[in-house]
Design a protein around this ligand. Structure first.
Ligand code: HAM
Length: 424
């Protein structure tokens, strides 16, 4: 008996194994297809960046920057951070490669691991995967609606039902100061009862009190002023146009004036897609507008908007719905005897060359154990090759899915078999 594993994965990170990986692949493939219908192209930024890229964009006083970044000095003493999200890197790349010189809007998508040193719990990991999109150069509210539509089309295509689209506008640098002040006035009489984090938030970012998960703070914020009551004319009109455009597309949504995102770069539209099936970490995707960030990174004034989907959460919802659909071989060849094993070894290669997934048994395994394996793998067809088949040149096949059987010329199999899968 083995003594057991000597090593295990770090806390908050996980291996994604078959068959669950099939759901991930399904999502990635559907996302690539849907995003391309809207003109988004893939971009692959690095996983490590200079730390200030994140502190500048996400915000010095956000939880992500204050508590959650994997930051370390490299061998030359530069401060490096494992990306906690993708937007900052894409903006950095957009400005660094002067992509603003290309015709607007420029639209990108990316997928990959992100890292946040959070307290692990259901749906919250320290290494997690996002699929994200970012669109640069379109200020029109129709772009906000189009991006929200693209997200809902993808989720629909994946068969996900019962999710909520929550939309908000958090205003811009013109109207937010008045809202900030109104919030501070509201909480000033309640300051002593707020949690220590919210006491600090009161000073530097009172909006974030609206996002606190502490029971007492949730109670204390009842009746707090709503950001949507403080929007300037431009922000109000932008928000109204976004809402009427998503109404035009028949996308059900709710406005949620308490939705404050955990990143500082947002202005105007913010949105989240949530599901009650996810427990306390209920956002499966989230995003918004960040019209000032490109400029802050040294580029020309460029409106921008994007979102990111949390893959673990989406996969959990899909798994709950249908379970992982394990991929299975098209053909299992069970040889009996040494000569047949060589023949099946060659036949497997010929069928693979025609695009079929073929598993072949090895010499010495009994027919019973081979058929058990074919069954466990859920192979579609099984072929048995023994001495009789070798001398007659004919082989029997059986469809394990519907029980049908037949006989075929062995030499003709590479032409004959793929026709069974022609619909693929
Ligand atoms: P975010 O809200 O921080 O936004 O993350 C987006 C999504 O990533 C969340 O809704 C959630 O599904 C998933 N997520 C976040 N943290 C974790 C975690 N620790 N474990 C598992 N899943 C997690 C952003 O990251 C922005 N960059 C989105 C964006 C793109 N905004 C504009 N463009």
């Amino acid at each position: 008996m083995s003594p057991g594993p000597r090593y295990s994965a770090l806390k908050g990170v996980q291996d994604i194994l078959p068959p669950d990986i099939c759901l991930w692949q399904e999502v990635e493939s559907a996302a690539g297809k849907v995003f391309s219908l809207y003109g988004f192209q893939e971009i692959r930024p690095p996983i490590i960046e200079s730390t200030d890229i994140f502190t500048r964009s996400i915000g010095e006083t956000t939880d992500i920057v204050e508590k959650e970044m994997y930051t370390f000095p490299d061998k030359a003493g530069r401060s490096i951070t494992l990306r906690p999200e993708g937007t900052a890197s894409v903006v950095r790349a957009y400005v660094e490669h002067h992509l603003y010189n290309l015709p607007a809007p420029q639209k990108f998508f990316y997928s990959g691991p992100m890292f946040r040193y959070e307290r692990p719990q259901k749906g919250r990991f320290r290494q997690f995967y996002q699929i994200g999109v970012e669109a640069f150069g379109a200020a029109d509210p129709l772009m906000d609606a189009e991006i929200i539509a693209m997200l809902t089309v993808l989720l629909e295509r994946l068969g996900l039902k019962g999710v909520n689209v929550e939309v908000n506008s958090i205003g811009c640098e013109n109207c937010r100061p008045a809202y900030r002040k109104a919030l501070q006035d509201f909480f000033s009489g309640r300051l002593d009862d707020l949690c220590p984090d919210c006491k600090r938030r009161y000073e530097y970012n009172p909006l974030r009190i609206l996002d606190c998960k502490v029971e007492r703070c949730i109670e204390l914020r009842r009746g707090a002023p709503k950001v949507t009551d403080f929007l300037c004319d431009e922000c109000r009109s932008h928000f109204d146009k976004v809402l009427s455009a998503i109404t035009l597309l028949n996308i059900p949504y709710v406005t949620n004036p308490n939705m404050v995102r955990g990143l500082d770069y947002y202005a105007r539209t913010t949105f989240e897609v949530t599901s009650e099936h996810l427990g306390s970490q209920k956002a499966v995707a989230a995003g918004g507008r960040y019209d000032r960030l490109v400029e802050e990174f040294g580029g020309p004034p460029t409106p921008a908007i994007g979102f990111a989907i949390g893959m673990e959460r989406l996969a959990a919802l899909l798994k709950e719905k249908e379970g992982p659909v394990a991929a299975s071989p098209d053909v299992y060849i069970a040889p009996i005897g040494e000569k047949a094993t060589t023949e099946s070894f060659l036949m497997a290669e010929r069928l693979r060359a025609k695009g079929l997934w073929v598993e072949a048994g090895y010499d010495g395994a009994s027919l019973r154990s081979q058929l058990r394996r074919a069954d466990r793998l859920s192979a579609h067809y099984v072929l048995i090759i023994g001495d009789d088949e070798l001398s007659s040149g004919k082989v029997k096949w059986k469809n394990l899915k519907d029980g049908s059987q037949g006989e075929a010329e062995m030499s003709g199999l590479p032409e004959f078999f793929p026709s069974f899968f022609a619909e693929r």
